[in-house]
Every structure is written in C-alpha cells, then in structure tokens.
Write a protein of this length. Structure first.
Length: 116
C-alpha cells in the first residue's frame, strides 16, 4: 500500500466511523483524490469502498486505520501529513456533526502524529 492509498483508507474509515455516511463526506474524499491523482474517483467507487468498510467490526476498522496510518506516515513528509490532517478534519466536519466514533479516530491520528 502506498501513502495515497493509505490516506484514502483513513478517510473512508473516518467517513464510516459514525455509521452514517454523508454525501458531503464523499465530496471531501473526492477533493483529496483529485489533489493526489490526475483523475478523481467517481462517487460510486467511493460509496462501494465505504460500504465495504461498513461491514467490518470496530476492531477491524481500528486495525485497518492503524495500518494505513503507519504506511502514510512512513511515506509522507511533515507537510503532506499536515495537509492530510486538514482533509481528515474537513471530512469529519462535513455533516456538521462530529460523532464519538469519528472523534476517537481523529484523536488517535493526531496523537500518533503529534511528535513532530
């Protein structure tokens, strides 16, 4: 897995953390992908991936998130991590409601990367 895929996975998990995926969250994911790839993924692809994550248990989501978080960190610069954290914050705020689950994941991400 490369850092772009790792970032994509973390955003998908954050979008699904509260069990209620919003269209606005898909837009943030599309914006991230648009910035990182020449051609952005379609909404259908994002929805399919989010559906896949919605079938996972909380423990499995945490494991997936941790793996993606480590890979992204290893293959990114401080500036890229700061930009990703902004995307992650935009995503969890997209529906104007930060759930307990979203907050748990974002806190974990900030704590893991705060040593810089």
């Amino acid at each position: 897995m490369d850092k772009i895929t790792a970032g994509y996975k973390m955003l998908l998990i954050l979008a699904n953390a509260d069990g209620d995926h919003e269209t606005l969250e898909s837009e943030v994911i599309k914006e991230y992908l648009g910035d990182e790839f020449e051609a952005a993924f379609s909404r259908l692809v994002i929805q399919a991936e989010i559906s896949r994550y919605s079938a996972l248990s909380h423990t499995q989501l945490v494991q997936e998130f941790d793996n993606a978080m480590i890979i992204f960190y290893q293959h990114s610069t401080k500036s890229e991590r700061a930009a990703f954290l902004q995307y992650a914050m935009n995503l969890i705020k997209a529906d104007a409601n930060i759930s307990r689950e979203e907050n748990e994941f974002i806190d974990h991400l900030f704590e893991a990367w705060e040593t810089e």
